[in-house]
Write a protein that binds this ligand. Sequence first.
Ligand code: FE2
Length: 294
Amino acid sequence: MSKETLEQASKINENITIRELRHLTQGMPASDGAGVKLTRLIGTPELNMLDPFLMLDAFESDNADDYIAGFPPHPHRGFETVTYMLAGRMLHKDSAGNEGVIAPNGVQWMTAGRGIIHSEMPEQEAGLMQGFQLWVNLPAKEKLTEPQYQEFPADQIAVETTESGGEIRVIAGQTNAGTQGAVVNEFVKPTYLDIILKQGESFSQSISSQENSFIYVISGTLAVGEKQRLVTEKQLGILAEGNTTALYADTDTRFILVSATPLNEPVARGGPFVMNTQDELRQAVDDYHNGKFA
Ligand code: FE2
């Protein structure tokens, strides 16, 4: 093979590199807020973070005792919290006077920035409550940005239908077919898709090769990459390097695919504050106690 042909071949390979499965986790049971039972998938001893994702909690229960206590007022600084509901309703209120309800297939992408105090409480006393909270880090230069919200109910989130009858809810990012996500975020350019595939259906999504990506299977089983490694219900799979996903639904499957550009910056975290240095963390605690949050 000539040098030219070799170079061409490696270029083609470079063009399509399928993301295989790098790590599989079931997370661990945890309790947060005033005693909400959940499964922590990112932000555990096993998986401290997946830059820029600091935490992922999955909550799912039809026992009100598991969620009724909610998340009474608490502060955040230095990152973003993303709540995506699958079932049930969550009422949020904050110190800036914002208030709203997140209903099924609705999302709230909150940029806490320099500081906000908010509460997240179930707007129901019975029935199934299911969803996710994801924490997304902010770059150092934006950690003290003005707090802001992007909130979209289900009917404002584009749903792309696949040829085989699958559905892709595009919360953030853009699908290969060009469907645009509701949430706009230039900090880490995230992709957040909620995908329903019929048994036997495949799904591919182009993703910049430098991004960190994971899938979490809500129900069903996915085979990942050319190696076809399985990720089953309630498992989180971190995808290895590559620029496209190749996912195959072994059964009817619903999952989220989340991806973003890593920040590669030092992380100093203390409870609800995530900064770059211990000094900034101390400052956050001081500012909170001195009433400097919005
Ligand atoms: Fe919160």
